[in-house]
Write a new protein. Structure first.
Length: 648
């Protein structure tokens, strides 16, 4: 993918704010981060965008289920993504949320313009609709009346809606895809899109009636409707840069790459392309569809309880190791399988044995034979020349692979260089060269070349493992940040200065021994298993008369403040608004809820309970919740009710 200007703009999909972030989300974001770090290294002016998709039916329903408003719901949930990206050292320039005014105003302007120019029209639609997916289907798509995407029942509805004249652009789009080789990658996915475009392309319904779905951006020309969530979401890629006119001025449009999973290629390649065409904007240079991760051969799903939690992986292995594993294990574009066994295998063979070993043995020998200072290279023989030629080749091939987003091939190249250096050390046997004064010159050359290989490998690895790469350079005595060194520092062999004081540190990637590995695997497997069904308690409590029950005054309360009680694992101190007054309540729910999750949430409060002190703090009521040994779940309502309302 040739870049003419030295600017680079890469995006990830904006993630559904409701979803719990998993390794699939981390995968795309890490890939984008690697590309952007590589381009920065190469002197490009870059922009990296990620964010959250916050409108639509699912968000509205989830908020209702939690007893909070959709706005409160998204304000609290989007942070899970933001926080995860910090943990993975993601260098995004912006994080867009579709509920922000800066996004909504651009969507509104685009809709107005397209409507005024006749690209959007009103019509009555009769057909099949999948509520959870918010998608319309034709009779042919749903022979068994099940949604082709989620396999749930579809409903027959007749509804007036607004449509975008997508079908008008079908021939143009086919021609565009065919004549722009790099537009959709991998090629197999491009062919799938062309296959899809063989059927007549209908127009796209871009509205949803507000009475059915209020949580969306209102259509500027008809306040009874909100914008279809995909039409809204795709615009994030440009709304981050301002109005349509501002996009024409920014150096970042057209985008260099939209990274997407294979499931959302059609929405990008077809909906987004035709929307851009109608807006009079250029298409992105490339849309790259990557594959999906399974876990131990199974689809990741909440019901199978096998969703791999990226925060736990970072806690256990560190972000660089996970970044490396995800990119090394599977060619970008193909499906892959995650297992702790494969992860441990990679840590031990690639990171500890190969990379870590080259670093530690080179530094040990420099310490032992050269007082810890990088020696000067002396005479050069054919084995040195072979290593130098290998390094040159690996550098240019790595860059070529990174340009193609072939991350795993880029890593394979670096490992070819590490292998070559380890072999070079074995064949040269510096420990023998050190035995005689006559071979000191050779000893120095071999040790210099080993350290110089480490310098080159560290810079090549920087986009993938930024922290480890900086650490490797520090250990061989280079303090300059890698981004300042740039790719030009890889142009010539010999960048490492003789006489530099090395600074060996602890093992970069310690080996995971069999005992540790067994422990990790047992814990991981336990996490993946279905929980055992616990016997349900019999109802043995004494019966109460209805009059006695009505003595309990249950009220709806809204949590306005929440903080953990110091020195307690279980208790949270809450301020609860019950309409007429605010109560201070101490609740034993800290094991299952973070204070930030609680703010804005509606709960059921026993309002006439005698106040009691818990850990010295007065509690003026009790919050109702269900609990088993594993978790506590707050009782709530599936629709909104005002604080203070009585529960009977
Ligand atoms: N909100 C839309 C995207 C709008 S972009 C304008 C969406 N969100 S999502 O959260 O459902 O998915 C985001 C991305 O995660 C998609 O690219 C999807 O392919 C990816 N993945 C979801 N599960 C995945 C795996 N198991 N493996 C790899 N990627 C996966 O779609």
């Amino acid at each position: 993918m040739n870049e003419t200007k030295k600017t680079f703009y890469i995006t990830t999909p904006i993630y559904y704010v409701n979803d719990v972030p998993h390794i699939g989300h981390a995968y795309t974001t890490i890939a984008a981060d690697i590309s952007v770090r590589y381009k920065k290294l190469d002197g490009y002016q870059t922009f990296f965008l990620t964010g959250t998709d916050e409108h639509g039916q699912k968000v509205q329903q989830a908020a209702e289920k939690n007893g909070v408003s959709p706005k409160e719901h998204v304000d609290s949930l989007h942070k899970r993504f933001k926080d995860l990206w910090v943990r993975f050292d993601i260098m995004n320039d912006d994080f867009i949320r579709t509920t922000e005014d800066r996004h909504k105003s651009v969507v509104t302007d685009i809709l107005k313009d397209l409507f005024e120019r006749g690209e959007i029209y009103k019509d009555t639609y009769e057909g099949w609709y999948c509520m959870p997916c918010e998608r319309f289907w034709t009779e042919k798509d749903v022979p068994e009346k099940l949604c082709p995407e989620c396999k749930r029942s579809v409903e027959n509805i007749s509804e007036s809606n607004y449509f975008f004249k997508m079908g008008n652009y079908q021939d143009w789009l086919i021609e565009y895809i065919q004549s722009n080789e790099d537009f959709i990658k991998p090629t197999s996915r491009k062919n799938e899109v062309l296959g899809f475009l063989k059927k007549p392309l209908g127009n796209l319904c871009i509205s949803r009636p507000k009475e059915r779905l209020p949580w969306g951006i209102p259509l500027p020309f008809d306040q009874d409707y909100v914008t279809y969530v995909w039409f809204d979401a795709l615009i994030n890629y440009i709304s981050v840069h301002g109005s349509v006119n501002q996009i024409k001025e920014t150096p970042y449009w057209p985008a260099s790459h939209h990274l997407v999973g294979k499931d959302i290629l059609t929405t990008h390649a077809v909906y987004w392309s035709t929307m851009l065409k109608a807006m009079g904007l250029e298409l992105p240079k490339n849309i790259f569809a990557h594959g999906w991760w399974t876990v131990n051969g199974q689809k990741m799903s909440k019901s199978l309880r096998n969703v791999v939690e990226p925060n736990l992986l970072v806690d256990q292995f560190g972000s660089d190791v996970i970044r490396y594993f995800l990119m090394r294990e599977v060619p970008f574009g193909q499906d892959g399988d995650f297992s702790h066994k494969a992860l441990i295998g990679r840590i031990n063979s690639d990171l500890a044995n190969n990379l870590g070993n080259l670093l530690s043995r080179s530094l040990n020998m420099i310490k032992k034979y050269c007082d810890g200072k990088i020696p000067a290279s002396d005479t050069t023989d054919s084995s040195d020349e072979k290593l130098i030629a290998k390094a040159k080749k690996v550098v240019s091939e790595t860059f070529a692979h990174l340009d193609q987003l072939a991350y795993n091939k880029a890593l394979t190249k670096t490992w070819e260089l590490l292998d070559a250096a380890n072999l070079y050390i074995n064949d040269s046997a510096p420990w023998n060269l050190a035995k005689s004064d006559e071979t000191k010159g050779r000893l120095h050359t071999v040790l210099y070349n080993s350290a110089e290989t480490i310098r080159i490998a560290a810079i090549l690895l920087y986009p993938f493992m930024p922290k480890s790469a900086e650490n490797m350079l520090r250990q061989i005595g280079i303090e300059t940040p890698i981004l300042e060194l740039g790719t030009q520092s890889l142009q010539n062999w010999g960048g490492l200065e003789a006489g530099t004081q090395t600074n060996p540190g602890p093992q970069l990637f310690p080996r995971i021994d069999e005992k540790q590995a067994a422990k990790i695997l047992v814990t991981a497997e336990a996490g993946d298993k279905e929980p055992e069904k616990k016997p349900i308690e019999k109802i043995e409590s004494e019966q109460v008369a209805i009059d006695d029950f009505f003595k309990i005054d249950l009220r709806i309360g809204k949590i306005i403040e929440a903080e953990k009680v110091k020195k307690s694992k279980k208790l949270v101190k809450l301020k609860v608004d019950i309409g007429i007054e605010t109560r201070q309540v101490v609740a034993g729910i800290a094991a299952s809820y973070e204070p930030e999750q609680l703010i804005g949430r509606k709960i059921i409060l026993v309002a006439n309970l005698k106040p009691a002190k818990l850990m010295g703090i007065e509690s003026q009521g009790m919050v109702l919740a269900g609990s088993d040994d594993d978790k506590i779940v707050l009782a709530g309502f599936d629709q909104q009710l005002e604080p203070g309302t009585r529960v009977k």
